[in-house]
Design a protein around this ligand. Structure first.
Ligand code: 4NP
Length: 154
């Protein structure tokens, strides 16, 4: 079993979008027993809240479920449970590193999945309002990630 955690700031826009998109791909390939996915935020403002309306709009458009998803905060215990902790921007990474307890090797940056993109961080749509741009990056990056995970499983 491989366990993946996406992390952003509020856990209502970017990381829940990535969680839902990757889970959708996992389900479509019948890999639910081999790969699990979750998301969390470094901030505590939105704990317990469902994904942001803009994220829900994109997921609805593509027929992707976000049922039951609720924001939570990342913690040091996540470094025991997860194999990959994938941060959406550099600030998220710096904050997650503070709770890592020396397990930085599990940390990754989402845009490292898309080395050909000039953007090196996933822009925060809470501030830009551009959820379409984030969806395109998230969908492409999750495709690359799933291929990588499948190679590890084989
Ligand atoms: P996210 O976006 O990190 O992609 O979930 C944000 C959501 C909320 C806030 C900031 C970013 N906020 O400041 O409340």
């Amino acid at each position: 079993m491989l366990n993946v955690l996406f992390v952003c700031l509020g856990n209502i826009c970017r990381s829940p979008m990535a969680e839902a998109v990757l889970r959708d791909k996992i389900v479509k390939e019948g890999l639910e027993q081999q790969i699990s996915v979750d998301s969390a935020g470094t901030g505590d403002w939105h704990i317990g809240k469902p994904p942001h309306e803009g994220t829900r709009r994109m997921l609805d458009r593509y027929g992707i479920s976000y049922k039951g998803m609720a924001a939570r905060r990342v913690g040091s215990e996540d470094f025991r449970q997860f194999d990959y902790i994938i941060c959406m921007d550099n600030s998220n990474g710096a904050n997650v590193r503070k709770v890592s307890g020396g397990e930085e090797a599990k940390l990754m940056y989402f845009m490292d999945l898309l080395p050909e993109e000039s953007l090196r961080e996933v822009p925060d749509p809470y501030f830009t309002g551009n959820f379409e741009e984030v969806y395109e990056l998230v969908d492409a990056g999750c495709g690359v990630l799933l291929d990588k995970l499948k190679r590890e499983l084989s």
